[in-house]
Write a protein that binds this ligand. Structure first.
Ligand SMILES: *[C@@H]1O[C@H](CO)[C@@H](O)[C@H](O)[C@H]1NC(C)=O
Ligand SMILES: *[C@@H]1O[C@H](CO)[C@@H](O)[C@H](O)[C@H]1NC(C)=O
Length: 232
């Protein structure tokens, strides 16, 4: 009898704690901004480095995302892409099919890929470990942020994430990823700047004109980003 009561009390307490802290950290449903990244990797025994500046557009309300990306690398010519992700059912991504469109803006060629994953809601996953709050800047010009650590272990990915978001609003601030993705050891640091709520011009999510004709081809995993939390 006593044991039962204690169990009930514990369950009730856990329930309350969950309700207080239970609000998951997810970004607003619609926002746009700039994602700047530097990554280093080793591919076929050769080290490489890529820097990226990406204008990103996130629309969870309609299960779509878009990005305009410029990449410069240590070993290849600068590359520019327009990337769009769309789902056929805008209210239910998990019960509809998704498609990734990648336009190489240097050649105007379009590559597509069917996505067998639901639209990725930009949230700190439940499995992440809260590492506490801290502030950026100082005094009146300071920003309260919170850090999280996350481990991803699957057949294709062995990755460690260090994420930070603003304490108010869960706006992404930074994402640091180290580990191995599909056999490629790499490290990437991503900073999110000039984020604005809402989407100014929804036309960014249109299927690119270039994609009326698609060419068969391989979409690099860096553009597909199956694994990331906030970055595009
Ligand atoms: C990419 O480079 C082009 C050409 O310099 C520029 O017009 C465009 O704004 C750049 N886009 C990004 C996302 O930096
Ligand atoms: C999208 O999915 C929802 C939930 O399953 C369903 O109610 C709705 O009819 C679907 N819409 C379309 C256009 O298929």
């Amino acid at each position: 009898m006593e044991m039962k009561f204690i169990l009930l009390a514990v369950v009730a307490l856990v329930g309350i704690v969950c309700e207080v802290n239970g609000e998951a950290c997810c970004t607003p449903d619609q926002w746009q901004g700039v994602q700047a990244s530097v990554s280093g990797f080793v591919y076929r025994h050769k080290p490489g480095r890529v820097e990226g500046v990406v204008y990103v557009f996130y629309d969870y309300a309609n299960k779509q995302s878009a990005a305009f990306a410029n990449y410069t690398s240590s070993s290849a010519k600068p590359r520019s892409y327009r990337i769009v992700t769309r789902y056929s059912n805008k209210t239910c991504a998990s019960c509809s099919s998704g498609k990734l469109y990648v336009v190489d803006l240097k050649t105007d060629k379009c590559y597509t890929k069917k996505l067998d994953r639901p639209f990725r809601k930009a949230c700190i996953p439940d499995s992440a470990k809260d590492t506490g709050s801290f502030s950026l800047g100082a005094g009146d010009a300071s920003l309260k942020t919170r850090g999280y650590n996350l481990e991803l272990r699957s057949q294709k990915y062995q990755l460690d994430f260090k994420l930070s978001v603003t304490e108010e609003g869960c706006i992404p601030v930074s994402e640091l990823v180290t580990g191995v993705a599909r056999g490629v050891p790499f490290m990437e640091t991503v900073g999110f700047v000039n984020i604005k709520p809402g989407i100014k011009d929804p036309a960014v999510f249109d299927v690119p004109e270039e994609c009326e004709e698609t060419v068969p081809g391989f979409i690099q995993q860096a553009l597909d980003r199956e694994y990331s939390v906030f970055s595009f």
